[in-house]
Design a protein around this ligand. Structure first.
Ligand code: VGL
Ligand code: ZN
Length: 202
């Protein structure tokens, strides 16, 4: 079985949102198109409590983009985003959500962030996504979404470690690019570690 995995296609990651990924809106029509090709579609949502430790506002004198240690793990600080139940955390307005059969929620613990759709950044807790995919007998995962250099990258690297045959739909991803080449670097790393990089038009 193959599945399409959509990463964090939420309002806050689109232009106008709290943590906008440049041109993030361009992947929504691609997701809508790709869903037609798959029997099984699953998605992740970044889903933070209002007091999440990745928010710069939780740390006096810190600002978004700063790096700190949070609970023993390196943490980049972000603007407040994807607060549980908020409009920013909802799926992108233009996303066709009918075919999404399972949602994995991540970043729900106030003291630990989670870029991967499978595990938190300390690999201590899992979201249930692996179990769901195993129950559905998924062996091949096609992954796209936001952002290439964070949640897509870490989800893809975990998928590879877990033994899924993993494909990354390049034109279905956009990067934050805190450093100019982060998105390109992330794609290279995913490919080096065994992911197959392909366009949505294949
Ligand atoms: C993400 C930064 C913070 C992402 C989530 O979805 O890539 N990036 N939280
Ligand atoms: Zn987040």
């Amino acid at each position: 079985m193959k599945a399409l995995l959509l990463i964090d296609l939420q309002n806050d990651f689109l232009p106008g949102g709290a943590l906008p990924v440049p041109k993030g809106d361009e992947v929504i029509p691609i997701a809508n198109e790709m869903m037609r090709e798959f029997e099984l579609v699953v998605a992740t949502k970044d889903w933070h409590p209002a007091n999440h430790g990745s928010f710069a506002s939780m740390h006096p004198l810190r600002k978004p983009g700063d790096r700190i240690m949070l609970n023993g793990l390196p943490q980049t600080l972000w603007p407040i985003h994807c607060v549980q139940g908020s409009h920013g955390a909802a799926f992108a307005e233009r996303l066709n959500t009918e075919k999404i059969q399972h949602i994995a929620y991540k970043g729900t613990h106030p003291e630990v962030d989670s870029y991967s759709g499978f595990f938190d950044n300390g690999h201590r807790t899992n979201t249930g996504l692996e179990d769901y995919l195993n129950i559905k007998k998924v062996k091949e995962l096609y992954i796209m979404g936001l952002a290439t250099d964070y949640c897509v990258k870490y989800t893809v690297l975990d998928a590879l470690k877990l033994g899924f045959k993993t494909f990354v739909i390049t034109d279905g991803c956009r990067a934050v690019n805190l450093e100019k080449e982060d998105g390109e670097k992330a794609l290279r790393e995913m490919q080096q570690k065994g992911a197959v990089i392909l366009p949505s038009t294949l």
